[in-house]
Design a protein around this ligand. Structure first.
Ligand code: NAI
Length: 292
């Protein structure tokens, strides 16, 4: 298998744009795909802002930022995937959406290309089965925000080949991130532990045990978490949190993973967190204000 030089990223949201950002900073070419130019342009703007922040805090030079931007292209056509060594899917956390993407992209890929998913929770084995290359399929799960967080979970499907694992690990090493390996079980390691805690925080709010502010302050100052669980839920995206809880509930058949009805209600209202300006906090003013 050849060295990974050209990387495609499908989904230009919070995670896809973050992955393109770190890929380009590591000197690889990144091509960012989404359903519309509006989405890819939003992704590019997010990357530009993230790079500027890194320049301002002297983590990188202005030249590094310019070079990284010059390595990023955007596209809304899967027909341009043919020259890529690795394609990472980072679209909405919905199994049907992801399976359709894999079915649609495979005919355009080079036979040697590795296909990966950044899914937070969905079975890599099942997603791989929707592709034409389960041996060359990998779970490469970045953390949010990608340019800041050090960890990447690597998840093998049942058919993932040793060479695919080795190339994926080498790719993550090049990004200067730390790998942890998880077996292919619902939500892997990080979200198997993190999401039930967040769901429990939402139950604590739902049952009136505490307000948004009390719950987040309690966990920040009482458990030394850098961010309260409700603020973190907003940051992840409440739609993504709900999808992960549903995967845990369905996949492990245990009522302890039942998504909190208040989480369901917020998602139904479209209050899905920071990316839309409102979740457990309202971000549209100068300072975030709790919505309950
Ligand atoms: P997001 O909602 O910010 O972005 C999703 C993007 O996918 C949107 O731009 C949307 O237009 C695009 N998309 C939807 N259908 C598509 C299609 N058919 N083709 C191309 N693009 C399509 O979501 P986010 O947070 O970036 O999550 C993306 C993936 O990363 C999910 O699988 C999520 O579970 C995973 N993830 C999320 C983390 C988080 O903290 N938000 C952390 C780690 C993984």
């Amino acid at each position: 298998m050849n060295e990974i030089r050209n990387v495609g990223i499908i989904g230009a949201g919070q995670m896809g744009s973050g992955i393109a950002h770190v890929v380009a900073l590591a000197g690889m070419k990144a091509r960012l795909y989404d359903v519309s130019e509006e989405q890819t342009q939003k992704g590019l703007a997010r990357i530009q802002k993230g790079l500027e922040r890194q320049v301002a805090s002297e983590k990188i030079s202005a030249d590094d930022a310019r070079t990284a931007m010059s390595l990023i292209e955007t596209s809304v056509e899967f027909s341009t995937l043919g020259d890529l060594d690795l394609v990472i899917e980072a679209a909405t956390e919905n199994e049907e959406v992801k399976r359709k993407i894999f079915r649609d992209v495979c005919p355009h890929l080079s036979p040697t290309a590795i296909l990966a998913s950044n899914t937070s929770s969905i079975s890599i084995t099942r997603l791989a089965a929707a592709s034409d290359r389960p041996e060359q399929f990998m779970g490469i799960h970045f953390m949010n925000p990608v340019p800041v967080m050090k960890l990447v979970e690597l998840v093998r499907g049942i058919a993932t080949g040793d060479e695919t694992f080795r190339a994926s690990k080498q790719f993550v090493d090049r990004l200067d991130k730390q790998v942890t390996v998880s077996e292919d079980f619902p939500a892997f390691i990080v979200n198997r532990i993190l999401l039930p805690m967040i769901n429990e925080a939402i139950y604590t709010l739902y049952e009136g045990v505490g307000s948004v502010t009390s719950i987040d302050t309690a966990m920040k100052l009482g458990a030394n978490h850098p961010m309260g669980p409700l603020q973190l839920a907003d940051f992840i995206g409440l739609d993504t949190c709900l999808s992960i809880m549903q995967v845990l509930h369905d996949g492990l058949s245990d009522s302890k993973y039942r998504p909190c009805p208040l989480l369901v209600k917020y998602v139904e209202a479209g209050w899905i967190g920071r990316k839309v300006g409102r979740g457990f906090y309202d971000y549209r003013g100068e300072q975030p204000v709790p919505t309950r």
